[in-house]
Each structure stands twice: as C-alpha cells, then as structure tokens.
Design a protein around this ligand. Structure first.
Ligand code: 26W
Length: 819
C-alpha cells in the first residue's frame, strides 16, 4: 500500500465518494461527510489486502487464534489505519491540497468505545500487534449499539449520556449476512434416542435470535496484512409477521423481537464488578455461540468436515471469564452437532481453550446463580454439570477424604456456577497479566488449582502498541526519536533503548523539553476548550487517568491535593513548583463512592482554582469523558504518571506503560506491572512509595488495621479528613462527602474501614510527592529521567506480549502478504 498510494487517484476517489454517498461536492459537504468519504476511499485500498490475507490463511491452512472478548476498546480507526498502511503523510498532503486538515477530519470520528478500561484496550492493542507481526487472528466480540457511556460533568457530578457511536454509520465495517447463526435461549431439553441408537438432545420451546457478523479490518503496520475483528449484531429471527398471529403465538413473536433488540443494546459499564444481570449472560452466550460455531465451520470447510484435529489449527483465548461459556458451548457443538463422544470432545476442547485472568478483586468474580444459568442455557448447564461431576471426581481421587478441596475448587458450589473455575478446568493455559499478578494467582487466589495442575499456569506481562500511543498520539516525540535512532522502534520497540545515550546529552534534553512543552500546550488548549480552565505549561503535569475505583485510590490523590492546599494556605509564600493535577475517570453508573469521589475532585478543583491566594501554585483539572482519543493527547503531555493502586490490587495496569513511553516519570506503588517498569528503568528514575503487596496481604489476613490511629496521631491527615465533613469543599454542606469520610474511618459503613490503605500509605505518598517537587527543580535531572523512561520502555510493547503468547500458548505461524 505504501508504494502504490497515488495522491491524485485518492483525491478523485474522495470526490466521487462524496457524490455517490451524499450527492455533494467538496465545497458544500460537511466535515462529517468528508470524513466518511475519506474512509470509504481508504477502505477501497484495504480490501485487496484483506482478501489476500484470508486467502493466505486458507492456502497455508494456518492455525488461527480467536481472541474472544466482550470488550474491544478500539478508539478511532482512521488515523491508525492510515499510519499502519503507510499512507498517513500522503493522505495528509492530498487533503491539504484539497484545502482540508487531516486532524480536523480525524476529529469527526467517534471513538469505538466498545470497552470499559484496561481489559478492552488490551484486546485492541493485541489485535494491532497480531496484524503487525503477521499472525492469523480473529477478534470476536459484540457490536453493541451503545458503547461506553459518554461522561458529562454537571455541577461537579458525573452524568451518563448514551454513546450512539453508530449514528453516522461505521464506514470501515462490512456486514456479512452469509455467516449468520441462530442462537437459542431457554426452553427445555428433550433427550431422545435416534434411529441409529444415538443420544440426541433437542431444545424445545426456546427463544432465539440471529447473530449477524460485522467485520472490521485490522491493519498490520507496513506488512499488507489485514486481520479481522468480527463483532456480532442481533436480529429477530422472523421480523414481526402475520404468520405468528395465525398461530396465535403473538406473545412469542413480540418476545423474540425484544430479545434481539435488547441483547446487543448496551455495553455493561461495570469495570471489575460482577452484577449478575441475566441480560449480560445472554450477551455472553450470544456472541460465544456464534463465534464458536463460525470457528468450527471454518475448520470443517478446510478439513473435509472432520473436527477431530481441530486443536491443531484453532485456539480460543478467553479474555477473562466473560467468554467462558465457550468451554461448554464447544463441548455441545462437538457432541450434539458433530457426534463425538465426551472424552474426545473434552480432549479437543481443553486443547483449544486458554484463559487469561485480569483481576483478583473478589467482587469481580463471575458466579452465576444455577437457577438463572440453567433456565437460560439448559443444554449448556447439563454439560457444565457433567464437567463438574468429572472434575470433582478427579479432585477426590487426587485428594481422598479432603472435602475442603471441593469447596475450594468445584465449579458448581453453593448454588452457583463459578466461571473462573470452569475456565481453568476447560483450558490448557491459565495466565496472569504481570509477573506479580501471576505469582499472587499461583500462591493465593488460585493456589489449589496451581497445586493440582501447575503446568497450566504462566505469565504474560501486558503491553501496549507504540503505533497508536507514540507514533500516532505523540508525533513530535516520534519524529524526534526516529531522527535520532531511525524508525525500527515502530516495529521493534526494544530498539528505543538507543535513546539512552541521549539521556546524558544536554542538547537532546533541551529538545525533549521543547517537545514536552509543545505537547503540554496542546493539552492546555484542549483543557481550555473543554473545561474553560487555563493551565500553566510550565507547571508539573501530574496525571491520573484510568477508571475510577477505590483500589486505584484517586481519593488518596485528591486528599494529597487538599493537604497541599492547606500547606499553601498556612504559608502562601511556600516554595513549591507549580503543579497541575489532572484527573480523568469514568465511574460505573451505580458505584456511589466512585461517583462521589468525582464530585469531591471537582469540588476541590472549584475551590482551589478560584482561590487567589494559591496564586497558580496548584491547579486541579478533571477532564470530562476520558477515552482513547483524548488519552493519546494526555499521555504525550504528562510529566508524572500516577500509578498508586493499593499493592496487590492492580493486576497489571497498561496506562503506566503508555506514560513511560511518552516520557513521564512513574509515581507508584510496587503493584502490577509497575514492578517490572521499575526493574527496567531503575528505582532511581521512578518515585516509589507505600506498602508492598506482601504487607497488604498480611494486613488483610489479620483483618485490616486501625485507620483511627492515624487520624488521631497525624494532624495533617486529620485536617484533610475533617474538611470532608465540615463543608470546606461543599459550600458549607457537611453531609455531602460524609460517605467518603466514613469509608476511611468507620467500619459501620459496611466492611473494614479504609480497606485500600489510603491513610496507611498517605505519608509515604506525600513524601514521594515532595521528592518529585525537589527533583523537578533540576531540569537536567528530570529530562534525563524522562528520556531514560522512554529508552527503557522496550519491554512493554504488546508486540513482545503477543510473541510470548504465540511461542508459549498459541503456536501460530506468520503469514506473508506481498503486494
Ligand atoms: C464482570 C464485571 C467485570 C468487568 C470487567 C469484571 C472484570 C472486568 C475486567 C477484568 C476489569 C479490567 O479491565 N481489568 C484490568 O485488565 C487490564 C488488562 O489486563 C489490567 O492491566 C488491569 O490491571 C486490570 O484492572
């Protein structure tokens, strides 16, 4: 594509698309229409390679990984597609010649916000790396009508607005009617013996919907490979028809129509919190049943209809437990539809499925009530019962007389289907997402499973794609790096280590500072336009952007801001480097404490930003609607990366890696991948504080600690806590933030007080912040540390992660597409 891109042809193509789509010419088309026309013109360029890629899969009889995920947080496609096609500069110039600005055109695109946070974005990075490395892969997911809600801040509160991302249509998608499947729910199972004496399980009185796939192209960087993200839409099986009236089955017709309408209506906006909603289980089975059967049918087409060696060519990677029904669904297809016996089907299934765990938070674990599960998926439930029967048998013969092992490992227990345990039993691989996380899985959360089947367990430390988060998001820094060391880092990030020599080079440090300043100005303009707040580009940009969750401790961050505010009030001439504290976070719609934390951040911002005595020393900004597209701008502009989760709680984190790659210095706990980041960059180039994960786990096993002791002994902390209930930041309202205060000090609020150790870690956090203040004054030191962070980020490319999945789990072979 690189070499064949023809500017004049492209310009022509855009103009004829405008005509064909909208009956418009360039001069009277809207920016949105031009955006659409540009995308359609690009799509034409993509299609040949897309077809060639699938032809190569077929000709090579390639093994394929199906990355099964309820979430793909893709962000915007246009800019990334152009970059990976090698057409970004060409298209930019072509558009300029047409009097158009590519940046403005890019801003017309809605984010594909089909995910909540880390898990969904990881899936998107993985697709980019799979295509760039040339590995055969499908992403399998759901075409939600409404993605992650749009966040508005009104009067400091979060308001959720629907994300109607498909309003203008999605120019890159392709509907594939011919691969439609029917998915059945409910009813009951008839067991019959057919003429040949075989068992048949027939589902009766069920409701069903059609699963219709839409394919999106996933373009590899500079290699002509185009993989596919396949997301499923639901449609009614028969559009409302008179036929049903005649049969008197009016009720059923309406119900089936509603089922189809509801099932893909909206992404559940819960991150790390299981809610047990029936519709969510429907979503899971819906996209898994369709994806599993599409994979089986594809395999059969290439192998004379014989599924028995399917494991040689197919791998299902389950992105957390959400797609775990793939295990019993594959069993059902192999047994009921392909006629295999149990043992043969189980052998195939457990060689096809692999499971990734993304969290140890207890409230995130999916445990479906058996009555709901069996009512909705009667045949699947029968199969899960049999899996459980055999699995508990295995446990008992391994640990005779030890019933505790059943309690700890059975899939069906206490009236619930424990999805993580089903995933482990049905998979040949179980992986965590950072070294520390995997160790905690092996030694604590899943220790009984690890003891029984240690060979299944492995680590795959997460990664991110440098194509989106540096090349696209930070073009100035990308060009600077390429100028210094060449562009091989784009596909081989470890080469970025070549930047290390520039850490000691005064001229290079100055160049880095200038680039950072430009990026801070770009973010400042965004903040001015969106928040109406002026921020000082010479202040330290101290940034925490991620989902709002108590364990991530945004509350501790804002409490430290309150503490600093008090310091400045006590001594207005205090010597400190001006700081801009930047937050961005969505709270799950029903998560009260998280939403109240957003209100607190905004209320503190209001008071501080309008207090003349502060004199610009502190600014607080809450960026509305944090999402992939503005994240790219935020990372590029950051000086300090806040990664301050309670140790042991953040499985990996991936924002931490994006900051590092963009030359921000980590302020963090020894949690998740922070541990490995510090290992790469050196503790002297990061600001580490707080309890270790062992210490946290020890406290937890002893039932917590006494935060009231800290309240009593630390006057600064006490003052901050009191300000939550004396109206300082609530216009005199003493009740507004009481719930947050109680969560830190009073156990009667439900559960232990301060179970995320915010008061316990506060002093150590404040000291680390002071070290930052001191360090930033030495601009030479700071630039050196920032450049070293960039230089040592090579490990954290998702290309490395994917290569490890390929080598140790998937065993794929690369394809080559020549053009
Ligand atoms: C059932 C509700 C629910 C929804 C989402 C439970 C759990 C989740 C996800 C597992 C939450 C998530 O995104 N986890 C994050 O995954 C990232 C990618 O591995 C990690 O970097 C983050 O540390 C982890 O919090």
């Amino acid at each position: 594509m690189n070499h064949t891109f023809n500017k004049e042809e492209f310009k022509q193509s855009v103009e004829s698309m405008l005509k064909a789509l909208y009956r418009k010419s360039l001069s009277d088309a809207t920016q949105q229409q031009i955006f659409q026309a540009v995308c359609y013109a690009i799509k034409e360029e993509i299609v040949d390679n897309w077809m060639a890629t699938h032809q190569a899969y077929n000709e090579n009889d390639s093994k394929i990984v199906y990355y099964m995920s309820m979430e793909f947080l893709m962000g915007r496609a246009l800019g990334n597609n152009l970059i990976n096609m090698g057409a970004y500069e060409g298209v930019k110039e072509a558009l300029e010649e047409m009097g158009l600005d590519l940046n403005v055109i890019e801003d017309q695109e809605r984010d594909y916000a089909l995910g909540n946070g880390g898990l969904g974005r990881l899936a998107a990075c993985f697709l980019d790396s799979l295509a760039t490395l040339g590995y055969p892969a499908y992403g399998c997911g759901i075409r939600y009508k409404y993605g992650m809600f749009k966040q508005q801040i009104r009067d400091g509160y979060q308001i959720e607005a629907p994300d109607n991302w498909l309003k203008h249509g999605n120019p890159f998608e392709m509907r594939r009617d011919e691969y439609t499947y029917e998915v059945k729910f409910g009813g009951h199972i008839q067991h019959i013996i057919d003429d040949e004496g075989r068992d048949q399980y027939v589902q009766e009185d069920y409701q069903s919907v059609l699963a219709v796939p839409y394919d999106l192209p996933i373009i590899g960087y500079g290699n002509n490979v185009v993989n596919t993200l396949r997301i499923w839409d639901a449609e009614p099986i028969n559009t409302f028809s008179l036929e049903f009236f005649d049969k008197g089955d009016y009720q059923k017709a309406v119900e089936q129509e509603n089922l189809a309408k509801n099932i893909v209506e909206v992404l559940y906006p819960n991150d790390n919190h299981y809610a047990g909603k029936e519709l969510r289980l429907k979503q899971q089975y819906f996209f898994i049943s369709a994806s599993v059967r599409a994979a089986v049918d594809r395999y059969k087409n290439l192998h004379d209809g014989d599924v028995r060696k399917m494991y040689e060519k197919v791998c299902f990677q389950l992105n957390d437990t959400h797609p775990t029904v793939a295990v019993p669904e594959l069993m059902r297809v192999l047994i009921d539809e392909e006629g295999l016996g149990w043992d043969e089907a189980w052998n195939i299934t457990t060689k096809v499925c692999a499971y990734t765990n993304h969290t140890i938070m207890a409230e995130a674990l999916e445990k479906w009530p058996i009555d709901l599960f069996s009512r909705l998926l009667p045949r699947i439930y029968q199969i899960v019962e049999e899996i459980n029967r055999r699995f508990t048998h295995e446990i008992r013969s391994r640990y005779p007389g030890n019933e505790e092992k059943i309690e700890k490992m059975a899939i069906l227990y206490n009236g619930q289907v424990r999805m993580a345990y089903l995933a482990i039993a049905g998979s040949f691989s179980v992986n965590g997402v950072a070294r520390l996380h995997t160790e905690i899985l092996k030694n604590q959360e899943l220790k009984h499973f690890y003891e029984m089947m240690p060979w299944k367990f492995n680590n795959k430390t997460n990664g991110i794609t440098q194509r989106r988060f540096l090349l696209h998001g930070n073009p100035l820094q990308a060009a600077w790096i390429t100028d210094k060391i060449g562009d091989s880092w784009i596909t081989n990030l470890p080469d970025i280590e070549g930047m290390a020599t520039y850490a000691d080079n005064g001229a290079a440090r100055e160049e880095f500072r200038q680039i950072k300043r430009q990026n801070k100005l770009r973010l400042a303009a965004y903040i001015k336009a969106h928040n109406g707040v002026e921020v000082n580009p010479d202040s330290i940009f101290d940034v925490q952007v991620k989902r709002l969750h108590e364990y991530k401790r945004q509350l501790m961050n804002i409490m430290h801001v309150m503490y600093l505010y008090n310091k400045v009030k006590e001594n207005p001439s205090i010597d400190m480097v001006p700081r801009t504290f930047i937050f961005g976070a969505k709270a799950a719609a029903g998560y009260r404490r998280a939403k109240l934390t957003i209100k607190l951040i905004n209320s503190v911002a209001d008071v501080i930003n309008n207090d003349p005595e502060i004199n610009g020393k502190i600014k607080v900004v809450f960026i509305e609607d944090y999402r992939v597209s503005n994240a790219e701008i935020i990372f590029a502009a950051s000086d300090v990366s806040e990664q301050i989760s309670t140790a042991s709680k953040e499985a990996s984190g991936t924002g931490n890696m994006k900051f590092m790659l963009n030359g921000a210095v980590t302020l963090g706990t020894m949690d998740g991948a922070n541990v490995e980041i510090v290992e790469e960059v050196g503790a002297e180039n990061a600001f580490i504080f707080g309890l270790s994960s062992d210490e946290v786990i020890n406290y937890e096993q002893r039932g917590g600690y006494y935060p009231m002791e800290i309240y009593n002994n630390d006057a600064d902390v006490r003052k901050v806590l009191n300000q939550m209930i004396d109206g300082t930041f609530a216009k005199g309202d003493k009740e507004m933030f009481r719930e947050l205060y109680d969560s830190l000090l009073n156990s009667w609020g439900g559960g232990r007080p301060d179970c995320y150790f915010m008061l316990k870690d506060f002093r150590s956090y404040a000291e680390a912040q002071e070290r930052i203040d001191k360090a930033y004054r030495n601009q030479e030191w700071w630039a050196k540390a920032a450049i070293l962070n960039i230089a040592k980020s090579g490990k954290f490319t998702s290309d490395r992660t994917i290569q490890q999945y390929v080598d140790e789990i998937w065993h794929l072979e690369k394809i080559e597409i020549n053009k």
